[in-house]
Design a protein around this ligand. Structure first.
Ligand code: SAM
Length: 284
């Protein structure tokens, strides 16, 4: 194996989700750096991995990374795992990876399970941007400010959430995001009590309240993108519609921009949308 840091994804619940390549790399490594050795040891022993474990968490990061760099410098390979899923996705590991790469050492991904990709794979989102927001802040004020900031982003949103905060997080999403968005709740993915439910966002609170089991376990929330908005205020919209009734799209957009002082491309996009909806004569 090329001496390197191998960043290895491990299961998020179902142990059979570990890949053949992950097993091979973990067995062949000289050491496995892990977030919590007590957590990872039984999993690794179950795979027949009998190599030294290096604890690597936020409190010993610098020292542990130096040890990893030294081992790889001696021609050995080190694997990095987190408690579950893909290291570096809402997990420690990111800074360690950066430090190892900065030392000129190759960092090689061994991809596999992540709650993020598992939830997205069943979310049924249309093509379009997706923003992974990770965990929302725990404090209500900071959480609400973050949701307000995200509300303006024209993308689907993915959150990780813990059971003790799921109700307040969903309540804030309902209060602060547009009601015509869809919420997917994915809990306990790949585990015995896996549950995946999709609903209009405003129905999320009642869905959680209906059964105490729905508030247990680990959660991913996927909120669909906000519906497209014209960006035009009422007056600009009125001007555009009047012009569009008489003129081709390009001319109407140019004149509306000149009359209102707003950017022409906003009017052009809106005019095309109005035409596509059948609002106005079909002249370009
Ligand atoms: N690195 C991991 C990954 O790749 O998904 C995520 C680690 S983060 C510390 C833990 C959070 O991920 C949980 O609080 C939950 O939001 C989400 N998560 C992890 N496993 C999950 C599962 N089986 N079902 C649903 N969400 C899960």
């Amino acid at each position: 194996m090329t001496p390197a840091l191998y960043v290895v994804a491990t299961p998020i619940g179902n142990r059979e989700d570990v890949t053949q390549r992950a097993i091979a790399v973990l067995r062949a490594a000289s050491a496995v750096a892990c977030e919590d050795t007590r957590h990872s040891r039984p999993f690794l022993e179950g795979l027949g991995v009998a190599v030294p474990l290096i604890p690597l968490h936020e409190h010993n990061e610098r020292r542990a990374v130096d040890r990893v760099i030294a081992l790889i410098g001696e021609g050995k390979s080190v694997a990095l795992v987190s408690d579950a899923g893909t290291p570096g996705i809402s997990d420690p590991g990111g800074r360690a990876v950066a430090a190892v790469r900065a030392a000129g050492i190759p960092v090689i991904p061994i991809p596999g399970p992540s709650a993020l990709s598992a939830a997205l794979s069943v979310a049924g989102l249309a093509d379009g941007p997706v923003l992974f927001a990770g965990f929302l802040p725990a404090r209500p004020g900071a959480r609400q400010a973050e949701i307000r900031r995200l509300a303006a982003v024209p993308a689907a949103l993915v959150f990780y959430e813990a059971p003790h905060r799921i109700e307040e997080a969903v309540a804030d999403l309902i209060a602060l995001l547009e009601p015509d968005r869809t919420l997917l709740v994915a809990r306990e993915l790949t585990k015995v009590f896996e549950e995946i439910a999709s609903m209009p966002l405003p129905a999320g609170a009642a869905w959680l309240a209906a059964d105490a089991n729905r508030r247990r376990g680990e959660f991913v929330l996927v909120v669909s993108a906000p519906p497209p908005r014209t960006g035009l205020d009422a007056e600009a919209e009125r001007v555009l519609r009047l012009l569009l009734a008489e003129l081709p799209v390009k001319t109407a957009a140019r004149l509306a921009a000149e009359l209102t002082g707003r950017p022409r491309n906003e009017f052009y996009a809106r005019a095309l949308a109005l035409k596509a909806d059948g609002d106005g004569p079909d002249r370009r």
